[in-house]
Write a protein that binds this ligand. Structure first.
Ligand SMILES: [Fe+2]
Length: 139
């Protein structure tokens, strides 16, 4: 069983966002697997942390540009949540690059944060972005 299981309630109905969220979950699961690999897993763990953090931060940038295009009124508050979290995970990435073993602590952080963010914060922009896609015939 995967470390984090995708759940139906996490779907926003915006395909591009759901795809990116699922990819983050898949990176988290890859990191968990890398942590439990037999033998020397140091490089695999460090590489996965780098990919996971980079992808998550680029997802935030994508999401914010979409919110901007769609005219979401609470974009600044949403962006602030992303910045706070990006700073935290960027710090993990740097510590990992210096050889520190941060994997389990990063997994705990992501485990506690991601689903809460999708359900509590991302859910708030869904009506605005869905209307935007309908107006522009995109999805
Ligand atoms: Fe978000």
């Amino acid at each position: 069983m995967a470390y984090l299981e995708w759940q139906e309630k996490l779907n926003t109905g915006i395909d591009v966002i759901d795809g990116q969220h699922q990819r983050i979950v898949s990176y988290i699961n890859q990191l968990h697997e890398a942590c439990h690999m037999k033998g020397d897993n140091t490089t695999k763990v460090a590489d996965t942390i780098m990919e996971l953090v980079d992808y998550t931060i680029s997802h935030f940038a994508f999401e914010e540009s979409l919110l901007q295009e769609a005219g979401y009124s609470k974009i600044n508050e949403h962006g602030k949540k992303h910045i706070e979290f990006s700073n935290k995970i960027f710090d993990y990435k740097n510590r990992s690059a210096k050889g520190e073993d941060v994997a389990q602590s990063l997994l705990d952080l992501l485990h506690d944060w991601l689903f809460g963010h999708i359900l509590d914060e991302d859910a708030l922009y869904v009506p605005t972005v869905s209307r935007y896609f309908v107006r522009n015939r995109r999805s």
